[in-house]
Design a protein. Structure first.
Length: 255
């Protein structure tokens, strides 16, 4: 794996649309993303944001030759060590993968929501490799996996209630208070409460009106209808109505 794909950013509409699955708005989702990754699911090289955890790799490997090798290379140890994180975790991950690929992928947190690889099943994937592979192209996949995990772990009720301590305990771990995880969530939520939400109505197809999507024929000039559509009869009443609807922001689904 080279961990590089299309690395698409979230569309604004993804937050309210996916958040609606668990009955929350985009501000609650934004709060989690801000605290986890400052809202960016890919690094400067276009790879999913990732943090490799040697103490988890120790557990995932279990007793045996693989763990012994990993320990000698400094890739695995039994207890978490504060501050023992390089600026780029990928070289360490690749070394760990040479010992046991799936265990290494399970031992890192991934993407926008920093979902641990060992939580792949709760996030909707059969393996950590499947999850990471799906994360390469689009942050939308990161967000969908995060929300799926939140539901599977029964944390959605805390997010709906804005019970930041309850959510933090389940999402970040029992030691959440040591780094003020719950307070950071509350502060991020308050920030996004002051920012206008993305307009969205459940079940409504939202499209950006584009004049190019409406065929307006000028005498002596060719008409260029949208791709896959047959040219219309010209500048008639239908084209005028379509143009006015598009200008009003109404989604046009038929030509």
């Amino acid at each position: 794996m080279n961990f590089r794909g299309k690395a698409r950013r979230l569309d604004d509409i993804d937050l309210p649309r996916i958040g609606a699955r668990i009955g929350v708005g985009e501000d609650e989702i934004h709060a989690v993303l801000d605290v986890e990754t400052n809202g960016r699911g890919f690094d400067a090289k276009g790879r999913p944001r990732m943090l490799f955890e040697p103490h988890v790799f120790w557990r995932e490997l279990g007793k045996g030759e693989g763990r012994d090798i990993a320990e000698k290379k400094g890739l695995a140890y039994p207890k978490w060590r504060p501050g023992n994180y390089p600026n780029d975790s990928y070289p360490r991950l690749l070394s760990a993968m040479s010992i046991n690929e799936e265990a290494a992928l399970r031992s890192a947190s991934w993407g926008l929501g920093q979902i641990m690889g060992f939580n792949c099943i709760l996030a909707g994937y059969p393996s950590a490799r499947a999850m990471v592979t799906d994360f390469l192209d689009d942050e939308e996949k990161h967000l969908e996996a995060m929300v799926t995990f939140i539901v599977s772990a029964k944390l959605d009720r805390f997010l709906r209630a804005r019970d930041w301590a309850g959510f933090a305990r389940g999402y970040n771990g029992a030691g959440f208070a040591a780094n003020g995880y719950d307070r950071k969530l509350a502060a991020a939520f308050d920030k996004w409460q002051r920012i206008k939400d993305t307009p969205w109505t459940p079940g409504k197809i939202v499209t950006e009106p584009r004049i190019a999507d409406v065929a307006l024929r000028v005498p002596g000039q060719p008409t260029s209808p949208p791709a896959g559509k047959k040219p219309g009869p010209g500048f008639g009443i239908g084209a005028v109505i379509a143009f006015l609807l598009a200008g009003a922001g109404v989604a046009i689904t038929e030509w």
